[in-house]
Design a binder for this molecule. Structure first.
Ligand code: NAP
Length: 242
């Protein structure tokens, strides 16, 4: 287990998304990185949030920049733990016939566009000589190289698009903010509302509790340095093919 850096992470951490993994990440960061003050953001009505933030609303993202500017602690870490796989009227596609415009737009809105606009909203807080980490939850099924079974067209494509957008971000930030690190993370299949309808064929030992997923992800994150920026990593720290 890599834990170096725990004490070096001081300042403000923002976890966006108060779902299964987001809540567990918040708890884990509070426990493991005691130099961080961890605040959470989520949509109105979501549990246990400090800031109200809908990543699909431009006005909320603009307000976030101002809220963070008013914070006394330096922003050290932002984690995007939002995402959507299914919902009212949204079912992952098994075949082409089920692919439709509204599901594609909905998936891209939260799983691709939201993370890069979150990065844009927090960028004004970065300082050239201060370390900063931006991490976002992607998914292994967003890997084009790893796609052997097809299906889930819009979720897969949206996560692949997120990967490309944040890869671009990592390249730009390397020039402009050399101490910034961008990381795309696959948590592994984790027992949350998002995965509930699809757990039937997952062997119990491959279904992580949110707490276990969070422990693993925090350890992966703490091992990342600016020279690693732009990596797409699984819960065990192994790189995933694009
Ligand atoms: N669980 C898994 O097996 C698994 C596997 C691979 C990747 N992932 C990825 O891990 C991430 C977290 O998933 P999870 O399992 O923790 O799912 P979850 O429990 O369903 O949490 C998702 C969170 O995203 C929030 N969200 C959705 N739209 C939002 C918006 N517009 N603005 C702000 N927040 C929004 C939801 O808030 P509301 O409550 O307001 O809807 C919810 O809190 C996702 O990106 C997912 O794709 C999960």
């Amino acid at each position: 287990m890599t834990t170096h850096g725990d004490d070096a992470w001081t300042g403000l951490a923002l976890v966006v998304g108060t779902g299964g993994i987001g809540s567990a990440l918040t708890a884990q960061l509070k426990q493991q990185c005691q130099g961080l003050r961890v605040i959470t953001a989520g949509r109105q009505g979501s549990p246990a949030q400090d800031l109200c933030l809908d990543l699909e609303r431009d006005g909320d993202l603009e307000a976030l920049t101002e809220t963070l500017r008013a914070e006394s602690d330096e922003l050290r870490l932002v984690v995007n733990a939002t995402g959507r796989l299914h919902g009212p009227g949204l079912v992952p596609e098994k075949r082409l016939k089920q692919v439709g415009r509204s599901a594609l737009l909905e998936q891209f809105s939260i799983n691709a566009i939201a993370p890069v606009l979150l990065a844009r909203a927090v960028e004004p807080l970065l300082q050239r000589d201060r370390p900063f980490h931006f991490a976002s939850l992607s998914a292994r099924v967003g890997s084009i190289a790893d796609n052997r079974s097809g299906g889930w067209y819009s979720y897969r494509a949206a996560k692949a698009a997120q990967n490309q957008l944040l890869k671009c971000l990592s390249i730009e930030w390397r020039r402009r903010w050399p101490l910034a690190t961008v990381t795309l993370l696959h948590p592994g299949t984790t027992d949350t509302d998002l995965s509930k309808p699809f757990q039937t064929f997952v062997p119990p030992e491959k279904l992580f509790t949110p707490l276990r997923a969070a422990e693993q992800l925090v350890n992966v994150l703490l091992a990342q340095e600016p020279e690693d920026s732009g990596a797409f990593l699984a819960w065990d720290g192994q790189p995933i093919d694009w």
